[in-house]
Design a protein. Structure first.
Lengths: 284, 296, 283
């Protein structure tokens, strides 16, 4: 998709006027739709739809050996799959760069122990731990991927239940684990600190959040700001442009503020989930 | 003050359907027998096999005298001569532009079928060929009319009228071509303060109404300096969101339906119209008004 | 992670011996105290705001169009820049030139042996480098062409990424690629109250986790910032860890100032190169 100069001008003036082409203000989000627990083979899953962006996240848990340098910690890994279903550009190795960028930024955002406590995943120091695989599947790409992915990941981790280990017995080199067979006997993860990413897009002299595809084309650069409990966990600059240090600070402030609102909105929705509700799944 | 951020659960999704209890037409699926082939003619979306006329697409039957065709529910644009289209230039070639018009193949706009600055009767010189990118370049939007249809289905366009030409500031919306109702005119200056081009190909262009039509050159001018005023911008954004609301509920788009939707949407602010409930509400109210107008 | 089977990668389960070192039995906090005294003086005698001594040299790789070498004390990085060439398997005309960056740790450059193929961290650093350099290069001057930049870290003693970005800027200038501005990059490590400019490897490692939890100060993290000197533009910004807003505000100020200080050095290095080559012509 390309835009002509006149369309770009229209978008640009709208951003300056604080009235974007769909009527939103600079700090407004488009409505999103979320569903959790939709993949039955996963320990937790979520699907988020933000305009034309569609993300499916599934969490798998397996038993692993901790890293020798961090014997008291479990493992958390992110894999992003840019399915060719999303756009034909992703065919073959086309989506690999984007996938690496997203999974790395997620790994960076979740790295600090303040954000996500990996020690909770340790079963036996240096010997056994849980490894959480977070698989992110991009079903449709309509811009603003980072935000959508981070919300979906947080929702999926919220939905995740770790089996309860009843007892661990060590006999020489053999380790026996007894996992509770009761379905409802499981732990929930603490995800209050899980970061929310906000893409702050610079258009003209102003910064906007949640850019539509047309707005993304008008912007020279963006900052992906991930915020966890009021603090920044990762900041990444994307696009080919550069920013004045003052603008950088303004972008950070905007991102910080919006991430807080986004977090509150998400938690409000997640608390609202009732297990009895019938699932919608992929039917539309 | 920024809007509240809406994250809704899928279980609370609203049903976007506004269909009134009408008879549902029979829908044929590919391979399904339509009729025994003897006196009927084979139209689009059908094929003959073992003496039967069968459907090759999923859609509804359309019959004109002996000609049977199946119109798919969702398809790319099939152009017809005289259609008004909105398209985007994808390529500049020798003596022609390639235009994306949402049809299967890119359409062409020949250099000889545009009005160049300097009057209709101007000869096209070699310089004009070199200047082509200055008139229209990749990414530019145009409104045009279908001049002819080639045998492979691709379209030849022309802009030999002052109403056609390059588009300036505004917003483009893409909808299914089948939602655009054919009518006498596809250019509307709506009284609410904006104009709209309903391209037959499903591309809709909303732009501020131009009061003084001094650009009598076939419209190769874009005004990049002019800042569209706030009220006009609000009207355009409201129209855009209303059209998307109607589209989501699969309602036909024409000047009356759009205006009704615009009027019914007044109880919502423009950004509120992005919320699914509001969109369905507007669509239902519009549907009601349309059927009332139909019955009276 | 695919592994190149043509090379001997060594058994996967090997671990560096340092893990068994005595140092590791100490808590992170006391390790940090070893490296940084409470008055902010670091183990190598620098104060918190001091950058390490920089050595810069151009023209170290004779086959490349441009190359440069940097030393930040023990951190050593070589960057070579190759002639613009047509973008391989491009789909359509691009009016701006492309930049291709490859950031690589030499297998022996870190504690743990690095594999020959790029791992996710190196891939990400490549992307960050590319992002940083894109706004410094006048890309419209070589449409449809691609400039290849290879950065090889010979020894990683912290701040390898910013060293690579700074030296890549020098190498680009040495190669005669048209550029808008000189680019310099600085890393900063935060741990509680301590803000360390240009951290070494141990400082970088210790700032990955909060060590002063008991003092209610959980700020920690790494910030990398690249500046275009004369335009006063931040061309790249990258942060990990857990930092509060006011931390970042002061970090950005510290970093922009530190980045400005390096520009003088970069200029000097480039001027020296020009004078030297002029002399060679005269002879």
């Amino acid at each position: 998709m390309a835009l002509c100069e006149a369309e770009k001008t229209f978008v640009l003036h709208g951003v300056e006027e604080n009235f974007r082409i769909d009527g939103r203000e600079r700090e407004d989000y488009r409505p999103m739709e979320l569903e959790t627990n939709i993949v039955s083979h996963a320990f937790g899953s979520a699907r988020l739809r933000l305009a034309n962006t569609d993300v499916l996240v599934a969490v798998k848990i397996e038993v692993d050996v901790p890293y020798p340098e961090r014997p008291r910690e479990g493992k958390l890994e992110f894999f992003v799959d840019c399915s060719a279903n999303a756009t034909p550009d992703f065919e073959g190795r086309g989506g690999e760069d984007l996938a690496v960028e997203i999974s790395n930024s997620l790994a960076g955002a979740y790295r600090s122990p303040e954000v996500f406590d990996l020690t909770k995943l340790c079963i036996l120091k240096g010997r056994k731990c849980w490894k959480i695989f977070v698989d992110i599947l991009l079903l449709e790409c309509g811009g603003n991927l980072y935000d959508a992915v981070s919300i979906a990941v947080k929702a999926a981790l919220w939905d995740t239940r770790i089996p309860l280990v009843k007892s661990v017995t060590v006999d020489g080199n053999n380790i026996d684990m007894e996992v509770s067979e009761e379905l409802h006997d499981c732990q929930k993860l603490d995800v209050t600190g899980a970061p929310i990413m906000v893409t702050v897009c610079k258009i003209g002299e102003q910064c906007i959040v949640d850019p539509s595809a047309a707005e993304e084309l008008c912007s020279v650069g963006a900052l992906v700001i991930s915020v966890s409990r009021n603090k920044f966990s990762t900041i990444l600059q994307t696009g080919s442009g550069s920013l004045h240090p003052q603008t950088l600070l303004e972008c950070l402030q905007t991102g910080h503020k919006v991430a807080q609102r986004l977090h509150d909105a998400l938690i409000e929705t997640l608390v609202d989930i009732k297990p009895s509700e019938n699932s919608v799944g992929f039917l539309r | 003050m920024p809007q509240k951020i809406h994250i809704r659960l899928a279980a609370h999704r609203v049903n976007a359907s506004v269909a009134v209890n009408r008879r549902v037409p029979k829908i044929f699926t590919p391979g399904q027998v339509i009729t025994e082939q003897n006196e009927f003619m084979r139209g689009h979306g059908t094929y003959e096999e073992e003496g039967f006329l069968k459907s090759s697409v999923a859609g509804v039957k359309e019959q004109v005298n002996n000609l049977i065709s199946i119109r798919p529910l969702k398809s790319r644009y099939n152009g017809e001569v005289g259609d008004v289209v909105v398209g985007r230039i994808t390529e500049v070639q020798q003596k022609r532009w390639k235009v994306d018009t949402n049809s299967r193949l890119d359409s062409v706009l020949l250099l000889s079928s545009v009005n160049l600055p300097g009057g209709e009767l101007r000869r096209r010189s070699a310089e004009d060929e070199h200047m082509m990118r200055q008139y229209l370049q990749e990414g530019d939007l145009i409104s045009a009319e279908v001049q002819s249809v080639f045998s492979d289905g691709s379209l030849s366009l022309h802009t030999r009228s002052l109403k056609y030409g390059k588009l300036s500031q505004g917003v483009l919306i893409k909808v299914f071509p089948s939602l655009i109702k054919r009518s006498k005119t596809h250019f509307h200056n709506l009284y609410v303060g904006a104009s709209i081009i309903l391209g037959n190909n499903g591309f809709i262009w909303i732009y501020p109404t131009v009061t003084n039509s001094e650009d009598g050159v076939g419209g190769f001018v874009q005004n990049l300096e002019e800042v569209v005023s706030r009220p006009e911008r609000e009207t355009i954004a409201r129209l855009r969101n209303c059209i998307l609301a109607l589209t989501q509920s699969k309602m036909m788009l024409f000047d009356t339906s759009i205006l009704y939707a615009f009027e019914e949407s007044q109880k919502y602010s423009v950004p509120e119209l992005l919320v699914p409930e509001a969109m369905v509400d507007v669509a239902i109210l519009t549907q009601d008004r349309l059927s009332m107008a139909e019955n009276s | 992670m695919p592994i190149d089977h043509k090379r001997i990668n060594g058994p996967e389960i090997t671990i560096p011996y340092q893990l068994f070192d005595k140092l590791n039995t100490k808590s992170g906090k006391s390790q940090f105290k070893d490296f940084v005294k409470s008055n902010g003086v670091r183990i190598d005698g620098r104060s918190a705001n001091d950058h390490r001594k920089i050595f810069l040299k151009t023209g170290v790789v004779s086959q490349a169009k441009g190359s440069a070498y940097i030393e930040l004390d023990k951190t050593k990085v070589i960057v070579s820049v190759f002639n613009p060439r047509e973008i391989p398997n491009k789909s359509e005309y691009s009016s701006k030139g492309e930049i291709y960056c490859e950031f690589k740790y030499a297998p022996f450059s870190c504690h743990k042996r690095r594999l020959h193929q790029q791992d996710p961290e190196e891939l990400q650093y490549s992307a960050i480098m590319k992002q940083a350099l894109e706004s410094a290069v006048s890309r419209h001057e070589f449409p449809n062409f691609q400039v290849d930049i290879y950065a090889l870290v010979l020894h990683n003693d912290g701040a390898a990424l910013s060293a690579a970005i700074t030296v890549a800027g020098v190498a680009l200038a040495h190669a005669g690629i048209p550029m808008y501005d000189l680019i310099t990059s600085v890393t900063l490590a935060v741990q509680g109250e301590f803000v360390l400019v240009d951290p070494n490897l141990e400082e970088e490692r210790l700032c990955q986790v909060p060590l002063f939890k008991d003092e209610q100060n959980t700020n920690h993290g790494i910030v990398v910032l690249s500046m275009l000197a004369t335009h006063e533009q931040v061309s790249q910004f990258y942060q990990t860890g857990n930092l509060a807003m006011d931390n970042l505000t002061s970090a950005i100020e510290t970093l922009t100032n530190a980045a400005k200080d390096i520009v003088v050095l970069v200029k000097k290095c480039l001027v020296r190169h020009v004078i030297k080559s002029a002399r060679n012509v005269e002879d």
